[in-house]
Design a protein around this ligand. Structure first.
Ligand SMILES: *C/C=C(C)/C=C/C=C(C)/C=C/C1=C(C)CCCC1(C)C
Length: 266
């Protein structure tokens, strides 16, 4: 009963918010329209829609999984919802000015990357007691990574040293999930299903997240023209978000559904 009510409320809130956003934006952007050859702009649009659909999907699918997986699906839906709203604003900036929407991008990351870190912590907590220190260390790594990237992209620091600071934050996160306490808990205590989910998530943080520094590299460190750099930067960041927000959520959904089905059969 509570689940039903929750899902209905969540779905209504999501669609209401999205309708409100779309209509105000249609007015605000009447001066600049999407050009058929603006492929970066088109990617902003496509991904906005995919993020909205994913949000509705993750919230509604809470009904299907057992209690201990519900929060994970909620968090996945929050990630795609927060990102969807930011994509509306980013698309607006890009279509109207042709410039990189750095502030919106980083506000989005500042909210969604910690949520993804919470997701890791939840997966481990579903099966064992996890010291909170693990969580705080992942947060510190995240902050160093994002502050480094922001000061470089917004022009508060030269792009190379800022890049190195950002890389150091990411390296610290990788250390924690492969060799630190989070990694050890998973290796020693987790049942096979959780271990495989945790492993997949680890590879997302390694391979999936590696796409972002590649985007930064093509955006600022190759010396190409500003227009070419801005195109490369935005298309690479956008593709990275599809993988790391939507596909990441789907992996958790797959594990949650199969773990819940096994439980009902047993
Ligand atoms: C949903 C958004 C996600 C998962 C964003 C992730 C962002 C990163 C992994 C960014 C990494 C960066 C570095 C490793 C070096 C400095 C530049 C950054 C911030 C792009």
């Amino acid at each position: 009963m509570m689940n039903r009510i929750w899902s209905k409320t969540a779905a209504m809130a999501t669609s209401g918010a999205m309708v409100a956003l779309t209509s105000t934006h249609a007015l605000a952007s009447s001066s600049a329209t999407l050009k058929p050859n603006d492929f970066v702009g088109i990617s902003f649009w496509l991904i906005s829609m995919a993020l909205i659909a994913s949000t509705a999907f993750f919230f509604l699918e809470r009904d299907r999984v057992s209690a201990k997986w519900k929060t994970s699906l909620t968090v996945s839906g929050l990630v795609t919802m927060v990102a969807a709203v930011h994509y509306f604003y980013m698309r607006e900036v890009w279509v109207a000015t042709g410039e990189t929407p750095t502030v919106f991008r980083y506000i989005d990351w500042l909210i969604t990357v910690p949520l993804l870190m919470i997701e890791f912590y939840l997966i481990l907590s579903a099966i064992t007691k996890v010291p909170v220190g693990v969580f705080w260390r992942l947060m510190v790594g995240t902050l160093v990574m994002l502050v480094g990237g922001y000061v470089g992209e917004a022009g508060y620091m030269s792009v190379w040293p800022a890049f190195i600071i950002g890389m150091a934050g990411w390296a610290y996160i990788l250390y924690e999930i492969f060799m630190g306490e989070a990694g050890k808990i998973n290796a020693e205590q987790a049942p096979p299903a959780v271990q495989s989910a945790f492993n997949t998530m680890r590879w997302i943080v390694t391979i999936g997240w590696a796409i972002y520094p590649i985007g930064y590299f093509f955006g600022y460190l190759t010396g190409s023209s500003p227009a070419a750099s801005a195109n490369a930067l935005n298309i690479i960041y956008n593709l990275a978000d599809v993988l790391n927000k939507i596909a990441f959520g789907l992996i958790i959904w797959t594990v949650a559904v199969s773990a819940s089905d096994n439980q009902t059969k047993a």
